[in-house]
Design a protein around this ligand. Structure first.
Ligand code: BES
Ligand code: MN
Ligand code: MN
Length: 464
């Protein structure tokens, strides 16, 4: 690959400025107050793809936010890379915890990012990482080094469950036909410890409602004599884990794929410092399922977590009241072979069954998706590994992630192709949290690494 470093050095300021402009648009898919901004972002992505060298770019309407499709087809005999990413972002709240406004990007140095990091909602997840692919394409097209065909599919509903993407994918199988799917929407271990994500967890997300008496009651007149929905909900939630932090839902672990001792030993080789981990989070100890390490707990093991819980009086001062209702939002991260619909059903049945007399329980499923694991003995993985080796000077470590991109398993099913997860973010980049950021070094390293993937993948495909 000729002069990719040089090209980046020459255009670095513009690459940063373009990303900053994109980050200024608050494309919050969860909040309808921002719907025009989400649509504007789709337009901005379309323009960016056109400028970078796509021959065809279309905005495909859906029942929700549009999908931006772009392509540059050199020759149908050449392999095709399909790039997926998302232009929507998570809501920024709580706002008061941001050190600078979430949609006014600034570059600041941090301990882990001595060359600076861009602070803004979506900087890492996923506008920054998606835009690396746009700039990598620009480089390959402008310097006449694009070795194969490329297609882009950038959606605007990833953060709310990708509800309309599955329909689009199943209706456009021919258009989306490819040899490999490439996604940068995950992370790596550290800037000097490159890694490639080889697995994602599945997800089942539910909301529960516990109803006691038909109205809020005086906690003196009625307290002790009727079921308090908040007390009951807390008790029910607490019972979902046992003393070893195993999940107690019957059947929950039945299909969980267990790793062999060799696989676990391989995993344990990835550099990890418990001390640094605890210090970064200001905790004096980690916590989790007995018999597993921290890295196993957050990747190859399923979990159940309350994401939010509410009910009763939370205003200033005290109000003596027994609320009529209590609520919680609960997510379960799933691992290969667990089916999210089945798990949702198991949860519902169990949660309803443990409700004591005196309350009514409702379980409302939200969204979900299957997990994913990818083998490493494929052309796709090997090409990615070689690309990292070229630009990082080190072989990347394969690593399963705890996060979810539910659409990936669907791609495999519908389009019959594997996904390579080339993430360049760090866990400490605070995605979904206040002060999300993305290292300038990481952004540019991504742009540098991606073209090598294209080159090596095309070579491997031609010779196989
Ligand atoms: N990019 C993340 C997922 C991710 C981040 C995977 C880091 C691995 C490492 C994605 O945008 C995301 O937030 N996914 C959601 C699920 C979705 C259904 C809302 C998640 O994992 O909570
Ligand atoms: Mn993402
Ligand atoms: Mn996300």
């Amino acid at each position: 690959m000729q002069n990719v470093k040089e090209y980046i050095a020459q255009h670095k300021d513009r690459f940063l400025q373009e990303l900053i402009e994109l980050l200024k648009i608050p494309s919050i898919s969860a909040d309808s107050a921002f719907s025009q901004d989400v649509l504007d972002t789709a337009e901005a992505v379309k323009k960016a793809l056109e400028k970078a060298g796509c021959d065809l770019v279309e905005i495909h309407e859906t029942d929700g936010y549009p999908i931006v499709y772009g392509e540059k087809i050199l020759n149908t005999n050449l392999p095709t890379v399909l790039v997926y990413g998302h232009y929507d972002v998570q809501p920024p709240d709580p706002m008061d915890l941001w050190n600078s406004p979430p949609f006014e990007p600034v570059i600041k140095k941090t301990e882990l990012h001595p060359e600076g990091a861009i602070f803004a909602r979506g900087a890492c997840d996923d506008k920054g990482q998606m835009y690396m692919h746009v700039k990598a394409l620009e480089f390959m097209v402008k310097t006449d080094q694009l070795p194969c065909n490329v297609k882009f599919m950038i959606e605007g509903e990833e953060e709310v469950g990708s509800n309309n993407l599955s329909t689009y994918v199943s209706q456009n199988k021919e258009k989306l036909k490819n040899d490999i799917i490439l996604i940068s929407d995950t992370g790596m271990i550290a800037n000097d410890v490159p890694s490639i994500t080889t697995g994602l967890r599945g997800l089942s997300y539910v909301e529960v409602e516990v109803t006691g008496p038909n109205r809020d009651l005086h906690s003196g007149l009625y307290g002790g004599a009727v079921a308090n929905p908040i007390n009951i909900l807390a008790k029910m939630i607490a019972s979902l884990h046992d003393g070893n932090n195993h999940i107690t839902i019957p059947g929950f672990y039945d299909k969980v794929q267990e790793l062999s001792d060799e696989e676990r030993a391989e995993m344990a080789k990835a550099p990890f410092s418990l001390e640094v981990y605890q210090k970064a989070l200001d905790i004096d100890s980690v916590y989790g399922e007995k018999g597993y390490t921290t890295n196993e707990r957050n990747s190859i093991r399923p979990t159940l977590d309350v994401n939010g819980i509410w009910g009763g009086y939370i205003g200033e001062g005290a109000k003596t009241v027994i609320a009529s209702k209590a609520y919680a939002k609960i997510s379960m991260r799933l691992v290969p072979n667990q089916d999210w619909r089945e798990i949702t059903e198991l949860f519902k049945r169990h949660f309803e069954s443990i409700a004591p007399k005196g309350v009514k329980v409702k379980v409302k499923p939200h969204h979900g998706g299957q997990g994913y694991v990818t083998p490493i003995d494929t052309d796709g993985y090997q090409a990615a590994s070689k690309a990292y080796e070229t630009t990082f000077g080190k072989k990347p470590i394969p690593q399963r992630s705890g996060g979810s991109i539910p659409i990936v398993s669907l791609f495999e099913k519908e389009l019959d192709s594997k996904t390579i997860l080339m993430g360049f973010g760090l866990d400490s980049d605070a995605i979904h949290s206040p002060n999300e950021h993305f290292g300038v070094w990481n952004y540019l390293k991504g742009i540098e690494t991606i073209p090598y993937f294209y080159e090596y993948f095309t070579e491997m495909k031609k010779s196989s």
